[in-house]
Design a protein around this ligand. Structure first.
Ligand SMILES: Nc1nc2c(ncn2[C@@H]2O[C@H](COP(=O)(O)OP(=O)(O)OP(=O)(O)O)[C@@H](O)[C@H]2O)c(=O)[nH]1
Ligand SMILES: [Mg+2]
Length: 491
């Protein structure tokens, strides 16, 4: 998501790295590069222009803070203005318990309407609502079956009529049925798409809007189509007074043009974003988090929420307890790996951690495949007996050979894994013994090394490792503390 615009902005902003002061001249030069990278990302021309004008006004007028470098100060302004551009936050669907809310989905062909109907039903279901899906796309006979299958997957009812019926009638009948039966509190209408905006489609949608009076009309836009998505949003909004946009396929959108322009051009907020084909790949849109992602600053909040949704709380608590008692085994190691895997691919997780997006890219460039490595580790642990997982020290040469054969790896890899595991075990035991304050201090030290600054040159691998850097900091602090103590004792 947004790889190319992130790279473009990084390049544009790095111009300010070597500067000691923000001046009108260097701000102007940096902004020229920012504007160029926005246009390359397919951001609407007027939007890019007025964005840069605003950043210039704010940056020039900003008081120079001694504590911030010019680069940091400027990135701060760009971050805030990006949030302004995409915001404010608006996830409201105006549903109320005891009433039947109606959400109408519309959009061009293939934009992701039907899939998004399913994703939204799943999300609402998770929040305790009882959805009904209505198949009002009678253009393609297969569309009805597509929605029916999605409904079956989710255990959500789907209202259908034969393809010879009329879409307006289907919507009216579906909503009437929901009101009568009383076991549904939100109806989601899946309407037909067209290759291009045409009058017939608009008339059909307007008629549904007038007769059914949905509480929400949401436009589904394919982010990959950039400015075309924004232009179609303008036309749909003129005809239907949209309540919001769902921007789909952001997982494949490297440029970000639609995400950055849609609100500004149409005045309609982005409410949700689609980040994958599966039905759980719908997220609420947070302009601040999106701005952080675009600037390569990560998105820890989304990662945290995902973890809360996907992690098995009981299992985690049990593992914490084992950790505390110093009983962390290979079985726990595998369990944790499996839990983390539920969050998504390795590279998608890395991108959400500040400063890590780059590292993941570097791994890709170096042809490293963490996904494959993790798969191998899992295979190795699964090829061990229960006793071996609990007491890895019993793994001798012949056991090692057996495990390697069972997992399709080499005995040397088993050695490596056991060594890594012993290190991880030690580290975890240390962490478990640390107070909250100590853990915070470790984080602070990492931050001071630039680990959370997207542009900082964090040394890793070939140079001094992050661990050594932390140890050095720790020793320095200890020496300082000891000196203080000696001084105190002398008094
Ligand atoms: N990668 C990705 N693919 C998506 C996303 N949303 C939808 N798709 C895919 O886009 C294609 C079209 O999705 P549909 O839901 O059938 O689109 P539609 O708007 O209902 O299409 P019509 O009914 O033909 O107008 C499918 O292959 C979906 O799996 C998303 O957020 N990310
Ligand atoms: Mg469809």
């Amino acid at each position: 998501m947004f790889e190319s615009i992130t790279k473009g902005l990084e390049g544009a902003l790095s111009f300010l790295r070597g500067q000691t002061k923000l001046t009108e001249k260097n701000i102007r030069e940096a902004l020229q590069a920012v504007r160029q990278s926005l246009l390359e990302a397919d951001v609407n021309y007027d939007v890019a222009q007025s964005f840069c004008d605003r950043v210039a006004r704010v940056a020039v007028g900003t008081e120079v803070l001694d504590s911030l470098k010019p680069f940091e100060q400027f990135v701060g302004v760009v971050h805030r203005e990006l949030i302004q551009l995409m915001g404010p936050v608006d996830h409201t669907l105006n549903l109320a318990k005891g009433q039947v809310g109606v959400i109408m989905m519309c959009g061009l062909q293939g934009s992701g309407k039907t899939t998004t109907c399913g994703k939204l039903a799943k999300m609402l279901q998770g929040e305790g609502w009882r959805p009904l899906l209505v198949a009002a796309d009678l253009q393609r006979p297969a569309a009805i079956d597509q929605l029916r299958i999605i409904g079956e997957q989710l255990g959500v009812p789907v209202y259908t009529e034969p393809p010879t019926s009329n879409p307006v009638k289907v919507c009216q009948n579906g909503v009437a049925l929901a009101r009568k039966q009383g076991d549904v509190d939100v109806v989601i209408l899946d309407t037909a798409g067209r290759l291009h905006i045409d009058d017939e489609l608009m008339q059909e949608l307007k008629q549904i809007d007038r007769t059914v009076e949905p509480d929400q009309v949401l436009l589904v836009c394919d982010a990959m189509t950039g400015q075309d998505a924004v232009n179609s949003a303008k036309v749909f909004n003129a005809a239907l007074e949209l309540n919001g946009v769902v921007l789909t396929k952001l997982d494949g959108d490297a440029r970000g043009g639609a995400a950055l322009s849609v609100k500004s051009v149409t005045g309609v907020p982005i409410k949700y974003i689609g980040v994958g084909e599966q039905l759980d790949k719908l997220e609420m849109f947070h302009p601040d988090r999106m701005a952080s992602r675009i600037l390569g600053m990560g998105d820890v909040l989304t990662l945290f929420e995902k973890a809360q949704q996907h992690f098995d709380a009981e299992q985690m608590a049990a593992q914490q307890e084992k950790l505390r008692k110093g009983k962390f085994t290979l079985t726990d190691f595998r369990n944790q790996m499996q839990q983390v895997k539920k969050l998504g691919s390795f590279s998608s997780i890395m991108k959400m951690i500040p400063g890590m997006g780059r590292i993941s890219e570097m791994m890709n460039d170096a042809d490293m495949d963490p996904e494959q490595d993790l798969g191998k580790i899992e295979a190795i642990i699964s090829s061990m007996t229960e006793a071996e997982r609990e007491n890895p020290e019993i793994i001798d040469i012949s056991r090692r050979r057996r495990i390697a054969a069972g997992s399709g790896t080499e005995p040397s890899m088993i050695n490596k894994l056991l060594k890594e595991f012993t290190n991880a075990q030690k580290m975890m035991q240390n962490m478990a013994g640390q107070s909250h304050l100590d853990r915070l201090r470790s984080l602070q030290q990492m931050a001071s090394m630039g680990a959370f600054d997207p542009g900082a040159e964090v040394s890793f691998g070939k140079n001094r490792s992050a661990r050594a850097e932390i140890d050095k900091e720790k020793k320095k602090r200890q020496r300082k503390d000891a000196k203080k103590q000696r001084k105190k004792n002398r008094r």
